[in-house]
Write a protein that binds this ligand. Structure first.
Ligand code: SAM
Ligand code: SF4
Length: 424
């Protein structure tokens, strides 16, 4: 989502007459987009700003994104060489803010969260030549106890279905075949126009745009993830065989403390929908270990959940205290070493599951979108509908496959990728 925000910001700058340069050294104006989801990410920002200060004489610096929103004008105190601080809810004000910067204003801010607007930039600069991202909903109205996003990205604002479909058509016309719909919680998408589409209808419709062969979406929230979404995937071949459904914990008690608004059983109901489709839907998730009050038994429940679901992959994190969040009141009594121990056990268990899961693909023929060629291994890099990397051999002299859809037979499987041979 941050990468796509950067693409949109670059598009806005280019439309205002700026040009993009490949390195910080060559830039006169440096925009630094930031993440504050965990403390480590935030620390990195201030470290990097110090580096910029040393090496950035004569340049103008702007800090964007969640750290900008969270720290606001305090950034000017911590890093006086910064001239602009702007959160994502104010990106639609960027052209006016740029005018102020050009006029020599040394303290420009865009920090209001009080907006009903979404950030539409028809001139988005797209970095990925195959997969195009489309934001369908910004902000988040949930209040998960650990999460800073509602404070940094503001309330939910959905784009109109007409605007999303029009952008999908334009992308198809310029040659994109894969679209990924983005939002903190795409499932709570509500078309603000009279058509009043829900997420499943929007998803299905994007999957019917001529020329679009693959549609992905992230992120889903189990509370708002309805059966209609699974039915749409089962029926529309353009919708990819993959759902990312963050669970966070396998313990209903911890889920309640996290204010996730579902129980383990309700989550497993959603998993059952996906496992009963005709199509093999890959399921991935996010997990936090060491949330305040997580006991050994709660952690065991999360390990048990991994066995039960058999995820295709997971993102896992140690709980990190974030400003403004309600979990601060619960303390952070689990020691870092213990969080690290739990994380390592969780990741090792998942590695074993992935070895088993991926081994089941050996012998199968999978359709891949070819993303590029790896000079080091001499293999083409393909991505399957299930979002797995499938590397395969085919002499480069026989033509550039980048951007095309090919079939490859899986001959070997590791925990993180598959490898195989070109079929056609
Ligand atoms: N909106 C998405 C969702 O509901 O899952 C994504 C939120 S966040 C950008 C991505 C993941 O970061 C979350 O699913 C969660 O696992 C993790 N995360 C968020 N806040 C965290 C925190 N304070 N400590 C550790 N992990 C956190
Ligand atoms: Fe954060 Fe929860 Fe919103 Fe996801 S749904 S962005 S975890 S508050």
């Amino acid at each position: 989502m941050n990468a796509h925000d950067s693409e949109k910001v670059i598009g806005t700058l280019v439309s205002q007459g700026y040009s993009q340069v490949p390195t910080v050294e060559e830039a006169e104006l440096v925009f630094y987009n930031t993440c504050s989801i965990r403390d480590k990410a935030e620390q990195k920002v201030f470290h990097r700003l110090q580096q910029f200060k040393r090496d950035g004489k004569g340049k103008t610096f702007a800090v964007l994104g969640c750290v900008a929103q969270q720290e606001g004008e305090k950034i000017f105190e911590k890093a006086p060489h910064v001239s602009m601080v702007c959160g994502s809810a104010s990106y639609n004000q960027l052209p006016q803010m740029l005018v102020q910067l050009e006029a020599g204003n040394r303290r420009v801010t865009g920090l209001s969260l009080d907006t009903e607007d979404t950030f539409e930039t028809p001139l988005t600069r797209r970095d990925n030549p195959h997969r195009a991202y489309i934001t369908i909903i910004e902000g988040c109205d949930k209040s998960c106890a650990y999460c800073v996003v509602p404070f940094t990205r503001g309330p939910e604002r959905s784009r109109t279905s007409a605007s999303v479909i029009a952008e999908s058509r334009q992308l198809s016309e310029i040659g994109y075949t894969e679209i990924q719909l983005l939002g903190q919680n795409v499932n709570s998408y509500r078309d603000p126009s009279p058509a009043a589409w829900n997420f499943a209808t929007l998803l299905d419709s994007v999957g019917h745009v001529p020329g679009i062969r693959r549609v992905r979406f992230t992120t889903s929230h189990p509370r708002d993830f309805v059966k209609q979404i699974v039915d749409a995937i089962d029926e529309n071949p353009a919708l990819c065989n993959h759902v990312h459904l963050p669970v966070q914990s396998g313990s209903t008690r911890v889920l309640a403390a996290m204010q996730r608004l579902y129980t383990r059983d309700e989550y497993m109901q959603r998993i059952a929908w996906m496992k009963s489709t005709r199509r093999p839907i890959a399921i991935t998730t996010d997990i936090i270990v060491g949330f305040p009050g997580e006991t050994e038994a709660d952690f065991e429940a999360t390990l048990g959940l991994l066995d039960e679901v058999e995820y295709d992959s997971i993102f896992s994190f140690k709980y990190s205290r974030r400003p403004n969040t309600s979990a601060l009141a619960l303390g952070d009594h689990i020691a870092e070493e213990e969080k690290g121990r739990r994380l390592a056990i969780l990741q090792e268990k998942q590695r074993q599951i992935q070895i088993r899961q991926n081994a089941a693909y050996v012998g199968k023929v999978e359709e891949c979108l070819v993303e590029g060629f790896n000079q080091a291994t001499g293999q083409w890099i393909g991505r399957t509908s299930q979002n797995k990397t499938l590397n395969f051999l085919r002499p480069v002299e026989e033509g550039d496959l980048t951007g095309s859809y090919v079939e490859a037979r899986v001959t070997r499987a590791g925990p993180n990728s598959l490898s195989g041979e070109y079929v056609h």
